[in-house]
Design a protein around this ligand. Structure first.
Ligand SMILES: [Mg+2]
Length: 229
């Protein structure tokens, strides 16, 4: 059996979290360092959690966090995220659940996550929408703070997952930011961009993904497209 692995980014691709992540980081940095607007001047889209934290340190404290601080911040961040994720603006993008359902029903596909969120954060962010159980495997920022490595780790887990039944023939990476496209291309995977996040189709086109969709509304068309490629 030959499988197609489809790896989904979370924020801006599957869901809009209502700034749950940013707000959880704000609470964390206010508590530990008294910094009220830690993300000022930082565009976190597509960045991994540890990279965002490092950038906050550079901008606000003019230094790098040490390992212990990173651990402490991520722990507090997760506690805060458990609260901030439950907000009225949280939403699953139209067509996402339907597309995932189509993919899940088709035996040729294996669906996974490839996200800049650490494992715990990813799980919490998908709680209000109940999307977590769609995904068989994943690569997270707790595996690596480098997006390309996250993709490669997700692929390795998928190889392991299917090893008695067949092999992964193709890897398709779906994300909403230039960083998703760049990482997918570096890893040698097929990059599909979706303009549901903070980047327009035109802005994403510059990075030359294999294909761009405006959104997942026409999930049947996207599902057919994924079968074809
Ligand atoms: Mg994203």
């Amino acid at each position: 059996m030959k499988y197609k692995l489809v790896l989904f980014d979370i924020d801006g691709t599957l869901i809009f979290s209502g700034y749950a992540g940013s707000n959880a980081l704000k609470r964390t940095f206010e508590k530990f360092y008294g910094i009220k607007e830690p993300l000022k001047g930082i565009r976190p889209d597509g960045m991994t959690d540890p990279d965002i934290i490092r950038e906050i340190f550079r901008k606000n404290l003019k230094r790098e966090p040490d390992e212990k601080e990173m651990e402490k911040i991520l722990k507090e961040y997760i506690e805060n995220l458990k609260e901030t994720v439950w907000n009225k603006d949280y939403k699953v993008f139209e067509g996402v659940r339907e597309l995932l359902t189509c993919l899940k029903k088709n035996k040729k596909f294996l669906i996974g996550l490839a996200t800049g969120n650490i494992y715990e954060g990813a799980k919490i962010k998908l709680l209000p929408s109940n999307l977590w159980n769609f995904f068989e495997i994943g690569g997270f920022a707790s595996d690596s703070s480098n997006r390309e490595e996250i993709l490669i780790i997700a692929k390795k887990r998928a190889d392991e997952y299917v090893k008695n039944k067949g092999e992964i023939e193709k890897v398709i990476v779906i994300g909403d930011t230039p960083l998703d496209i760049i990482a997918a291309k570096k890893a040698g995977f097929i990059s599909i961009a979706v303009a549901t996040g903070n980047f327009t189709k035109e802005q994403l086109e510059i990075y030359k993904p294999f294909y761009i969709f405006e959104d997942f509304k026409d999930y049947k068309k996207i599902f057919s497209f994924l079968i074809e490629i």
